[in-house]
Design a protein around this ligand. Structure first.
Ligand SMILES: *Cc1c(COP(=O)(O)O)cnc(C)c1O
Length: 423
């Protein structure tokens, strides 16, 4: 989204020249709106940062799984990372070839892994027992990569940190010999090594630490095709936030990778699986203010949304910038912005905003990643519609839930359809 040049705070909020208020009017609220240009721009940033290596971007679909977003990624030459068989299937619906889809399950059943293998997606093995199972059932016929837990803690939010020693993810770097033993026993075909430490990394050093672990391990396997560095790119949620310097990261990681390829004797592919980095900034959750409540200690603005639509503030204490789209010129006052869910669902506390009046449209920024994809129907509320602004025009890419959606799958049991009251 950008402001019209020259008009300062009074500017109308626009996405690709389309007025946000007109989008709200056309599609109704609450509404997720995604800016395709922003996604394309982020893909470009990543590509130019890694222009010196054979880069493959595997979009981590769980961040925002709408099939139109997956198609946009595919159109841009981005491939896909999935964490469930259903995400993999959605990827195929979006037109991805199975071999373009990485499947990185964590603790899923062998049945699900079997389905994934039958689909033909690239399996990424997350435990010794799964590795053994692959060996027993498929020998060397299924090319697999291995997810390594490098035991790296780089700070960041513990709830999204996955690469430390106590994390459930990956096979511990200390079990290197066990991995090798199983691989040799069944002649398993190892084509990739993977690490996804999951933290919000601030600088290149954490990536380089993870990379060093994989480069070291790579000498155990002669037939590698790729090294996958996962994700962990930190994005800015508020002004002044420390973000991953992608150009700096690209330069440092590329240099280390090229040196590794030379030692290894072959040019491998370098993979990343960004979710948040690609889609966070593109997304805006538009809501309407229902009630403004002036309590003695603070002023609440209650909106027609809640943790059912955007759970990140409650789950991760995450910050989302808020804009008063309807009244950008109003006098600033602090508002505690809350939802309509019967649960504490605070989006922001004492946030200075241009005067918020009942009916005003607010926009939660940076809502593209883990926004809709974590939305629920809690309190029997509908999930919002989703709109993609593409090439200067807004397109509905998901309808708002309906009452039928809420009831779908519920079974009416005849024995309960009686007027008699049990004694
Ligand atoms: C969630 C996930 C990602 C994406 O993480 P972001 O922080 O959204 O970039 C990448 N790889 C794997 C295996 C994941 O589970």
């Amino acid at each position: 989204m950008q402001l019209e040049p020259s008009s300062g705070r009074s500017a109308r909020y626009q996405i690709q020249g389309v007025d946000v208020l007109s989008i709200a009017e056309q599609f109704g609220l609450p509404l997720y709106v995604y800016d395709a240009n922003k996604i394309i721009e982020k893909i470009g940033d990543l590509r130019s940062a890694f222009s010196g290596v054979n880069l493959r971007i595997k979009y981590a679909a769980k961040a925002l799984t709408n099939v139109s977003i997956l198609k946009l990624m595919r159109q841009q030459g981005v491939e896909m990372d999935s964490v469930s068989i259903n995400e993999a299937r959605m990827g195929m619906l979006a037109g991805f070839a199975p071999e373009q889809i990485m499947f990185t399950p964590s603790g899923v059943s062998f049945d699900e892994v079997r389905e994934a293998i039958e689909l033909g997606v690239q399996l990424n093995v997350d435990s010794l027992s799964l590795l053994e199972w692959v060996g027993q059932n498929y020998g060397g016929s299924v090319p697999v990569s291995i997810r390594i837990n490098p035991h790296i803690s780089e700070g960041g939010n513990l709830k999204i940190s996955t690469g430390h020693a106590d994390s459930k993810f990956g096979i511990s770097v200390e079990q290197r010999a066990d991995i090798r033993r199983i691989v040799e026993q069944y002649a398993i075909h190892i084509v990739g090594l993977h690490v996804h430490t999951g933290s919000d990394f601030k600088n290149a050093s954490a990536f380089l630490d993870g990379a060093a672990v994989l480069f070291n391990m790579a000498t155990d396997y002669t037939d590698l095709r790729f090294i996958d560095f996962g994700s962990g790119f930190k994005v800015a949620y508020k002004e002044g936030d420390h973000v991953t310097d992608i150009a700096d990261l690209g330069q440092k990681v590329s240099t280390a990778f090229q040196a590794f390829c030379e030692r290894y004797g072959r040019n491998l592919e370098l993979w990343f699986e960004p979710g948040k980095f690609l889609v966070s900034e593109s997304g805006h959750l538009l809501v309407q203010t229902n009630i403004v409540k002036e309590n003695p200690t603070r002023t609440f603005a209650a909106v027609d949304s809640g943790l059912n639509h955007l759970i990140r503030p409650m789950m991760y204490d995450s910050w989302h910038d808020i804009r008063n789209v309807s009244n950008p010129e109003g006098d600033e006052k602090p508002y505690t912005v809350v939802g309509y869910i019967c649960e504490t669902d605070t989006f922001a506390t004492d946030r200075p905003l241009p005067e918020v009046r009942p009916g005003d449209v607010l926009s939660f920024e940076n809502a593209g990643a883990y926004g809709f994809s974590m939305a629920s129907t809690y309190n029997a509320r509908f999930r919002p519609a989703e709109v993609l602004v593409y090439d200067g025009a807004p397109y509905l890419i998901r309808q708002r839930d309906t009452f039928e959606d809420l009831m779908r799958g519920q079974v009416d049991v005849p024995v309960l359809n009686t007027e008699e009251i049990a004694q």
